[in-house]
Design a binder for this molecule. Structure first.
Ligand code: IPE
Ligand code: IPE
Ligand code: MG
Length: 247
């Protein structure tokens, strides 16, 4: 864990919110907001690649978003499928490694196959580690990890006494990458909405009123400037960190 944050975050996690309100401001259907939001996503992935950010995790569809009108859910899933078909090749060329987190058994066989293919194709890439959370919920993630741990205990692969925070972290999503340093939520709401509950324990939280389709590289730079001004104490005192840095 790095205590000083005056350099760039290694891992950024984003809740891309505000597509619907962006569309409403323009008197258009919510779908137009999602379409515009998709273009922003493409730009921000590219910007993070250029900035040599190690990992970017994006909330694309939450386990609660199924509660939306059927037409909107259908549009979002279709947009996701089309995005996979149109973007993976280019991401692969840019050495992006794609990973999906969330309960994917709820998706169509076709969509699951596309997700598997995208992961397989890009698994050896050494560029940006892009994780896309779809049908993801932080509570689901914790329960899922717990079930898998219980299974391993039952099979005798893991002893009860060996379970600790580090082992738990091995069973939860994103176990292979560092914890998010910077969380960004667009759209003005100041809540976590069941995102990476386990992972955000010590993440710096940045909220902006900018709606996701209006978020761009300069907004990203503002978030990075906010991050660079934070002192990450991880429980220690500010003086301890100053002493340590002067040593
Ligand atoms: C975020 O934008 C996109 C998804 C949740 C898929 P919203 O659709 O939540 O936009 P608002 O919050 O209604 O403006
Ligand atoms: C969170 O946004 C989920 C995604 C961005 C995919 P929501 O717009 O669904 O969040 P709530 O329900 O308003 O908190
Ligand atoms: Mg929203």
């Amino acid at each position: 864990m790095s205590e000083r944050s005056d350099n760039r975050p290694r891992h950024i996690a984003i809740i891309m919110d505000g597509n619907g309100r962006w569309a409403r401001q323009r008197g258009g259907p919510r779908a137009h907001g999602h379409q515009a939001g998709f273009r922003t996503t493409r730009d921000i992935v590219e910007a993070c690649g250029k900035l040599q950010i190690e990992s970017l995790t994006l909330f694309a569809f939450s386990s609660e978003n199924w509660k939306r009108p059927e037409t909107e859910v259908g549009f979002l899933l279709d947009l996701f499928l089309r995005a996979l078909q149109s973007e993976v090749e280019k991401l692969h060329e840019n050495r992006v490694r794609i990973q999906f987190i969330g309960e994917r058994s709820a998706f169509s066989v076709k969509l699951q196959a596309q997700m598997d293919q995208a992961e397989k194709k890009t698994e050896n890439n050494d560029g940006l580690k892009l994780a896309i959370a779809v049908n993801y919920g932080g509570r689901w993630d914790i329960v899922n990890a717990t079930k898998r741990i219980a299974e391993d205990v039952q099979r005798g692969k893991l002893a009860l006494d060996d379970i600790n925070q580090q082992i738990f972290g091995d069973y939860i999503s994103l176990s292979q990458i560092s914890e998010p340093d910077l969380f960004i939520r667009t759209g003005g709401e100041k809540r976590i909405s069941n995102y990476l509950l386990w992972h955000l324990a010590y993440t710096e939280l940045y909220f902006t009123n900018v709606l996701w389709p209006d978020f761009d590289e300069s907004e990203l730079n503002e978030a990075l400037a906010f991050y660079s001004g934070r002192q990450r104490r991880f429980g220690r005192t500010g003086e301890q960190l100053v002493d340590q840095n002067n040593a």
